[in-house]
Write a protein that binds this ligand. Structure first.
Ligand code: FEO
Length: 396
């Protein structure tokens, strides 16, 4: 079935929706699915920008064929090599073998390694242009957003930015593809979760890219996932600016690991004190139930982070260890931290939190608490101290 949609005169979206894949990159949950977007420009030359994940190759090629109306593909621009966008490249090239593949110096080794593609390549560098008839495309490098080869393609005149994964979102496009047609409230968490989990590690490169792209007139942002931005461009640019500067709102994320509920009691106790002290944005997550992607997303929103864990086999509870590893790996900056533990008999969680705090370099705002089984009165008081210290920091 042809699902192509003309988004500007001679420019088409030929994306697909994936409601079947449970986890993106075999790790990140997709409760609302994901869209893989690809685009076609019909001019004197025909240009395709990126492809789609191979599971949707047949539908994709049908849409492409319908848009082409008998023409061939002259250029295939690869803004991003990750296989959710290049999975259909071999099929496309076998159907349109005269296609020239456009990428940069870092693109082509990856294409060779993944797909054995080594011929009909056109290498572009920062600022290079490609005339395709009435239009001329310009290329800009966006390394580490979120892979080293990532680049963006800009179309002056139409003022369209083909932005690779930048400004993308989880969630399928359910009947609509533009930001002013889709339910952005429904997608809000999937937009921020996409940033925080996929792009979030690369705040500094994101700031560099925003400075570079900020001076361009942009009427439309065509990302490789999520809606096409044409009405809320300033909003999404502002969100990216805020997120990539690690700016947060007043609020506290409490994440705990608890085997029999005693460590959870401390989390609830701290949450209660925070609320009594006037904090409204409190998010308490059980690491055994909630995937780290949601906890990380909340940590990108709120400045205060309080972590608690029971001991397990002389160390920290496994699901908390996973979260700590994720947070360390993502190098998230600018947070206040407090932590608490439950040692039961041997302990082990507290030293892990201490090592984590030293590595991630968040400011520790309170002395940790370590309970021994059920909460005692002194544990309650120390939970109060943790809450008070966090609130004082947040409001200082
Ligand atoms: Fe959507 Fe980085 O691939």
């Amino acid at each position: 079935m042809n699902t192509a949609i003309e988004i500007k005169k001679g420019i088409y979206w030929i994306g697909v929706n994936d409601r079947r894949t449970h986890i993106f990159e075999n790790y990140w949950p997709l409760p609302k699915g994901v869209a893989y977007n690809s685009y076609v420009i019909i001019d004197e030359k025909v240009v395709v920008l990126d492809t789609v994940e191979r599971s949707h190759m047949d539908q994709y090629l049908e849409s492409l064929e319908a848009v082409l109306q008998g023409r061939k593909v002259d250029y295939l621009i690869i803004n991003h090599v990750e296989p959710d966008h290049t999975g259909s490249i071999k099929a496309l090239l076998s159907q349109y073998p005269e296609t020239t593949v456009v990428g940069n110096a870092k693109t082509f080794p990856m294409l060779r390694n993944y797909y054995g593609i080594e011929q009909n390549l056109l290498e572009v560098k920062e600022g290079d242009t490609l005339n395709i008839g009435a239009r001329t495309l310009t290329f800009a490098m966006a390394p580490m957003l979120h892979w080293p080869e990532t680049m963006v393609t800009y179309l002056p005149g139409d003022n369209v930015l083909f932005s690779a994964d930048i400004f993308g979102a989880f969630g399928t496009l359910d009947g609509s593809i533009f930001d002013d047609q889709v339910d952005l409230d429904y997608l809000e968490e999937e937009i921020s979760r996409y940033y925080s989990n996929i792009v979030g590690k690369y705040g500094v490169p994101a700031q560099t890219a925003l400075r570079k792209l900020g001076s361009l007139p942009i009427d439309m942002i065509c990302a490789l996932h999520g809606p096409i931005w044409r009405t809320h461009i300033a909003d999404i640019l502002a969100k990216y600016d805020k997120w990539s500067k690690y700016e947060t709102d007043e609020g506290v994320v409490i994440a705990f690991s608890s085997m029999y509920g005693h460590t959870e009691q401390m989390a609830d106790c701290i949450g209660r004190f925070l609320a009594e002290m006037g904090i409204k944005k409190i998010r308490i997550h059980d690491t055994s139930k909630t995937h780290p992607s949601y906890i990380i997303n909340d940590i990108f929103r709120y400045k205060g982070v309080i972590l608690g864990s029971s001991a397990y086999n002389g160390g920290i509870f496994p699901t908390m260890e996973t979260l700590l590893n994720e947070l360390e790996n993502m190098c998230i900056k600018n947070h206040y931290l407090a932590y608490f533990a439950n040692k039961t008999w041997g302990g082990g969680a507290l030293p892990c939190f201490k090592a984590f705090a030293e590595k991630i370099k968040w400011e520790v705002v309170a002395e940790p608490n370590e309970a021994t089984g059920a909460m005692s009165l002194s544990d309650v008081e120390q939970c109060r101290n943790i809450a008070r210290a966090m609130v004082e920091k947040l409001r200082s």
